[in-house]
Design a protein around this ligand. Structure first.
Ligand code: SF4
Ligand code: F3S
Ligand code: FES
Length: 236
């Protein structure tokens, strides 16, 4: 039988009806060699304290719902192996967004920034009979930013976002980049006008926390720089 891994897991809790202040709970767990941190959190929820509140769905790094602060770094719990963090780990809700309960934060400010950049294809021309064509070279210009799963790891690791709730944040700019550089889209100028404003791309101070935090390895800071450059030199 495979050897068990001992994990002392500290979880930051917040349940206002039980205690108006946040507190830490600690659990001693025996986990398997292939378990992820999400398995450890499920173990707590299913066998130690059913009131633990957290978001998760796919368990495969696709839905983006289990982003949290793990030993001081943003990551998806389903992508962190227990063997890589044992014997001790500390789990907290994402920073910079209001905590609703335990590991669940209010994502509305994050999605408000996302919605503000028109994160969808805009093209009022009559659609062709087949798809709107594009060359591989044209597609390569924005391929990296299509990988975003809206997990918020980038935005909630950005010190400018923590300090100024007006900044749209790196995830919103990544999603603007995805359409600004798409040859089939016609709203690049409108998006760049939005991002040239005081809550937009020029608030970024190239701290790179966002790039380090991205579980999809998107070059977030580079995308932001490309958007800034396109805005300055009016690429469109
Ligand atoms: Fe998550 Fe990366 Fe998208 Fe940011 S850019 S929301 S870190 S997938
Ligand atoms: Fe923030 Fe990333 Fe810029 S962490 S300051 S958006 S490089
Ligand atoms: Fe879907 Fe982790 S549960 S990304």
């Amino acid at each position: 039988m495979a050897e068990k891994i001992h994990l002392k897991l500290r979880i930051r809790r917040y349940q206002p009806e039980r205690n108006p202040k946040a507190w830490w709970d600690e659990y001693e767990l025996e986990m398997g060699p292939m378990d992820r941190l999400l398995d450890a959190l499920n173990e707590v929820k299913w066998h130690h304290d059913g009131t633990l509140a957290m978001r998760r769905s796919c368990a495969h790094g696709i839905c983006g719902s289990d982003a949290m602060l793990i030993n001081g770094r943003n990551a998806l719990a389903c992508k962190v192996m227990v063997k890589d963090i044992a014997p001790k780990a500390r789990v907290e809700p994402l920073r910079g967004l209001p905590v609703i309960r335990d590991l669940i934060v209010d994502m509305e400010p994050f999605f408000a920034g996302y919605r503000s950049v028109l994160p969808y294809l805009v093209n009022d021309e009559e659609p062709p009979d087949t798809e709107r064509l594009q060359t591989p070279e044209e597609h390569a210009e924005f391929e990296d930013t299509t990988k975003c799963i809206l997990c918020a790891c980038c935005t909630t690791s950005c010190p400018i976002f923590w300090g100024d709730d007006g900044y749209v944040g790196p995830a919103a700019i990544v999603n603007a980049h995805r359409f600004i550089f798409d040859s089939r889209d016609e709203a690049g100028r409108t998006r760049m006008k939005i991002l040239a404003g005081k809550t937009g791309a020029f608030r970024c101070r190239t701290t790179f926390n966002c790039t380090e935090a991205c579980p999809r390895t998107i070059k977030v800071t580079r995308a932001i720089q490309e958007v800034k450059r396109a805005t300055l030199f009016d690429r469109f």
